[in-house]
Design a protein around this ligand. Sequence first.
Ligand SMILES: Cc1ncc(COP(=O)(O)O)c(C=O)c1O
Length: 401
Amino acid sequence: MVNREIEIPFNRPSIQGNELAYMMEAVSRGHIAGDGLFTHRCHELLQRILGVQKALLTTSCTHALEMAALLLDIKAGDEVIVPSFTFVSTVNAFVLRGAVPVFADIRPDTLNLDETQLEKLISNRTRVIVPVHYAGVACEMDTIMQIAAHYRVAVVEDNAHGILGKYKGQYLGTFGSLATQSFHETKNFTCGEGGALLISDPELNERAEIIREKGTDRSRFFRGEVDKYTWTDLGSSYLPSDALAGFLLAQLEMRESIQAKRRRLWERYYSQLNDWAMDNQVRLPVIPKEHQQPYHIFDMLLPSLAERQAFIEHLRAYGILSVFHYLPLHKSKMGRRTSGGIIDCPVTEDVSDRIVRLPFFNDMSEKEQRKVIDAVLMYETKASPQYAELSSVFVKQSTVR
Ligand SMILES: Cc1ncc(COP(=O)(O)O)c(C=O)c1O
């Protein structure tokens, strides 16, 4: 089949409420640099919804992770435990400070850091554990927090996917002393590029403001607490424009309707693909009962790499873009160079070969989703019973001959 133009993208940003009005208001108020009215309103809203004592908007989740590494004074030779199955920023932020990554494998069910392997990865140089809540489905935080407390290492949750997700009733991003959010275009709530640092340890508040403001006490100056601002620490420019904060605020204000739409889409995929998945030995997402997921990703595990590639091509032929991620970090050029060892993460390698993500975005119409589902249902893996039957006939025929 020939490739058609993409009709159904993997992701499509959309206006959900007052985004454009708020951006215009930021301009008319004469303040589109950082930390204006809309940034403060985002901070308040995030603090109120999540119950976290301090939230700071950043230019990306990558930058929030970099701030976390600076705040924790990560130094050359410190070790940071990260899952190999994650986005590069989870580890790069710490490697930028000279840390050595220690890659952990993931659980085959939730695709999260395998907490049962955590303890053996801890050494006397371990400073941080970075659990990544894949698809916003929680890591086993009880065990991770217990191990972290026992060995006195910090926990920084990479919650890029997981805003509004919960673990045993508690919001993700509120377990570690620090947590990071992403508001990149592909996330449930976005401002194009953006993020946030959530701080649960109040002792880190003041330095966080300084690091975010180029290493100066400018935030205190703006609040009238000091009469001039000056260079006091390491830092960079991690605060987003207030125009972008306006866009984000509007999206966050629409969180209930956005989440309701995403839930309907996710559940429709799940219920309508379930039989097909069983027949074709495809694994649909696993959401443990006590976890409340934020409906961020709809991923599936095909039986093999060849099947995954053929499946992506199949959808492409129907004008549908599906994608895969992540490539195992422990096998990447930089991962091998920085971790300095031969690491075994078999689950990560297997999942990375077989995973695929279906199109899933806030304004996806029922018609668009129908088209995706119909195209998926037309695909038969070699593991399907029909194929197995055919191939057994073929085997019989060839043995007869
Ligand atoms: C797990 C994880 N961490 C961090 C990031 C980086 O987010 P951002 O693009 O906001 O920097 C991503 C990107 O999607 C991610 O998937």
